[in-house]
Write a protein that binds this ligand. Structure first.
Ligand SMILES: [Zn+2]
Length: 390
């Protein structure tokens, strides 16, 4: 097998693994087994035929619809498949066949785990233990077997397998330790939890594969990325409407259903709920109209204990009526609101604009795995020279 052929094989393999990762991303946060039978259409329940399950290709041939019920299939499925294929190709180019294959396989495993973590974190603001905990063990085992993962570790140690395993263990401790310290400082400074334990376990997993030095590089890249893009993300999310279902009744009229809404909980102003309804439902109404609103907050987006959805009913007055996206956006200021409902709505608003830091950790880790030498050179040589003007 030539090195070029190995790259092509890696791409095809990556697309197939990506198809499997789609299943993992959907099933793992729901506590379902990934080995549990074949995939069904989530809408109509039909078994997906093997020839409709080819990575990327089937989505294009089916024109993004289920063959049985014509329900749209999200573009995320082919995206994850294409992304995983691209990552596998980059890894194969970085570590050519045959000498680099052992490192390439270890890195491909880590990148696959990172793809799952990133998408689950975007969806549910949680990092699945089912990925990060076994990931730590796999990373340490890989280090024990593949010496090239930590080639320069502990040069004084004659037993290179032991040196590599030690480097991996120090990576785990550094990844977990540094984020535990950040978490502890955050609690001191803000009096609340700044970071979940999921992020701690994620960086520990990354450390098992890349070691202590690179785990700090990952944290650096993730923090810079998180501050820049996280800010933009929060600004965009705060304004956009969330997919929230419920009903809105105005001035004693019949309640109309809505599918998109926004909850805002500014620090010094009262909380508001805005729902997008058909223009006819709010015609002739303005500020001060009475409003009765019921809304279902998805369990995952309010961190409810049992994961169940939380229904909230509020009555109040209309604060604003504005044309929006072909309908009318009605902003309601609730009055009075029970402490519990206030808490649920505030939590939803907070969740909506909280930064999925795990995504940035995953991106940072992928960047170090793929472009480690270039990033290290930039951080340790180019940047200091630029700053000191030498
Ligand atoms: Zn279907």
């Amino acid at each position: 097998m030539s090195a070029t052929f190995a790259v092509v094989v890696s791409g095809l393999l990556g697309a197939c693994i990506g198809s499997f990762l789609n299943v993992v991303i959907w099933r793992v946060p729901r506590g379902k087994s990934v080995a549990d039978g074949r995939s069904h259409c989530p809408k109509c329940g039909h078994l997906i035929r093997w020839h409709d399950n080819l990575p990327v290709l089937s989505w294009l041939l089916l024109r993004a619809r289920c063959r049985d019920c014509r329900a749209p299939i999200s573009a995320r499925y082919p995206f994850v498949e294409a992304l995983t294929a691209a990552l596998f190709v980059l890894v194969a180019l970085r570590h050519p066949f045959p000498a680099g294959t052992a490192v390439a396989v270890a890195h491909a495993i880590l990148l696959s785990a990172l793809v799952v973590v990133a998408f689950v974190d975007v969806d549910r603001r949680e990092i699945p233990d089912a990925i990060s905990k076994p990931g730590i063990v796999v990373g340490m085992l890989a280090s024990l077997l593949v010496l090239a993962l930590h080639a320069d570790a502990f040069p004084a140690l004659a037993n290179r397998h032991l040196a590599s395993l030690l480097a991996s263990a120090v990576g785990v401790a550094t990844g977990a330790g540094v984020l535990l310290a950040v978490r502890w400082l955050g609690r001191l400074a803000m009096g609340k939890e700044a970071m979940g334990l999921g992020d701690v376990k994620l960086l520990a997993m990354v450390g098992a594969f890349v070691g202590a030095g690179d785990v700090m590089m990952v944290l650096l890249v993730a923090s810079v990325g998180g501050s820049v893009f996280g800010g933009l993300f929060v600004a965009g999310r705060g304004r956009s409407l969330a997919p929230l279902t419920g009903t809105l009744a105005l001035d004693g009229r019949a309640a109309v259903p809505f599918a998109r809404a926004r909850v805002r909980a500014p620090r010094r102003a009262p909380l508001t709920v805005a729902a997008l309804v058909p223009a006819a439902a709010a015609s002739g109404l303005g500020q001060g109209a009475r409003a009765a609103l019921s809304v279902v907050l998805p369990g995952a987006s309010v961190w409810s204990d049992d994961g169940k959805d939380v229904p909230v009913a509020v009555t109040g007055v209309v604060e604003r009526v504005e044309a929006h996206d072909g309908g009318t956006l009605v902003t309601v200021r609730p009055e009075p609101l029970s402490d519990a409902d206030d808490e649920w709505l505030s939590t939803f608003a907070l969740h909506r604009i909280s930064i999925p830091f795990g995504v940035f950790l995953a991106l940072g880790a992928a960047a170090i795995v793929l472009f480690g030498p270039e990033i290290r050179h930039f951080v340790l040589v180019t940047w200091p020279r630029f700053v000191t003007g030498r």
